[in-house]
Design a protein around this ligand. Structure first.
Ligand code: SAH
Length: 347
């Protein structure tokens, strides 16, 4: 089988070069072409000897997914639909901010977590992505925009549960943040999880990117109703893992909280949330539920959301209301399906 060198770490790529009879620094040159120059052909790697380029063509591949479609929202958000080599589909979302872009990438095709409010969950899990398939989303999007340098922020909040594909995700992140990789800042990469506790512990040990927890409820009954994963990993243990999770330089953990009308948006919920998060350097993102066809829940009214925020602010938490972008093209949180669902009429 041919090797996809983007799956490899820096030292593995050096070893590969050595295994082909070349010096280790040739491996670093190959990585430079793949991860920084973003070339798509071994012939473009002009500083390599011809013999090495021949070896690459024979034994390696550049396995990039096909861009099936790019949808552009009226707010400028762009949703990329990719087809992987085996036909599975994934999506990435490019979000323009004031002075940079944030790219939201997928870690799995589909998802097995079954959250009640999330469209991706409805199709179930197709499969895990490889490290290269995770990184290729960044490469493809970078190649498609002309202001390359401005894509500075990456969030693993697309399709899938990153901590359910732990090894591939960690490997991909190492290549994204490595100085000998794509050189993204650790502070500008965020991994979002529904709360797979053992892997949160590993993550604290293995990588130093930002952690976001999809909390969405402040008591076990409501959270288990919304997110089946909570039955296995209940709040008490989840929050204790967050307390133990250390980020350098007093960075905060982000807690995402979708506001769903009549389900988790009462005063009492906000007060429970305050108690739950006490002692954690926490930032709370309040997100009005994004609807999609067939969803039997609705977003809380803005008045309720403001009131909820007020309670958090009064208790000295940072609480930001996140108006989702790209909802007109089903590119917002929880609206990624990897299908052509966007042809359906919106509610
Ligand atoms: N599995 C990871 C990452 C993907 S979900 C996780 O759970 O964090 C990314 C975010 O979208 C999560 O915070 C989730 O709570 C949110 N989300 C899912 N469905 C949504 C919806 N219908 N409206 C608003 N946010 C939603």
């Amino acid at each position: 089988m041919k090797v996809d060198l983007i799956d490899l770490s820096a030292s593995e790529t050096e070893q590969w070069a050595v295994s082909q009879g070349f010096e280790p620094y040739r491996g670093r040159q190959i990585r430079h072409w793949l991860l920084e120059r973003l070339v798509r052909s071994f012939d473009d790697m002009t500083n390599l000897p011809k013999t090495l380029r021949m070896a690459l063509k024979e034994k390696a591949i550049i396995n990039h997914p096909e861009v099936v479609k790019i949808l552009v929202s009226e707010d400028g958000t762009r949703k990329y639909l990719f087809r992987l080599l085996d036909g599975n589909l994934i999506e990435s979302v490019l979000i323009p901010e004031r002075d940079h872009y944030t790219l939201c990438i997928s870690s799995q095709s589909g998802c097995a977590m079954g959250c009640r409010f999330c469209l991706t969950a409805r199709g179930g899990l197709k499969r895990n992505l490889t490290p290269a398939e995770i990184i290729e989303q960044v490469i493809c999007v970078r190649r498609s925009i002309d202001t390359q340098a401005r894509l500075t922020n990456i969030v693993l909040m697309g399709m899938g549960e990153p901590l359910a594909n732990y090894d591939a995700v960690v490997k991909a992140i190492m290549n994204l943040v490595g100085e000998d990789g794509m050189n993204f800042s650790h502070r500008k990469v965020t991994l979002s999880t529904c709360g797979i506790i053992p892997k949160i512990k590993h993550m604290g040990r293995d990588i130093t990117v930002n952690l976001a927890i999809s909390l969405n409820a402040a008591d076990d009954e409501t959270r288990s109703f919304l997110m089946p994963v909570n039955r296995k990993y209940p709040l008490k243990f989840l929050l204790s893992a967050c307390r133990d999770f250390s980020l350098p330089n007093r960075r905060m953990i982000t807690f995402e909280y979708i506001l769903i009308k009549g389900v988790n948006d009462h005063n009492e919920d906000a007060l429970k949330l305050v108690r739950l998060l006490s002692g954690i350097r926490a930032k709370v993102n309040l997100i009005p539920l994004n609807p999609f066809p067939g969803l039997d829940m609705s977003p809380s009214p803005m008045k309720t959301i403001l009131h909820f925020q007020e309670i958090l602010l009064k208790n000295n938490f940072t609480a930001i209301i996140r108006k989702s972008k790209g909802s007109d093209i089903l590119a917002a949180c929880g609206q990624l399906s990897g299908t052509h669902l966007h042809h359906f009429p919106l509610p």
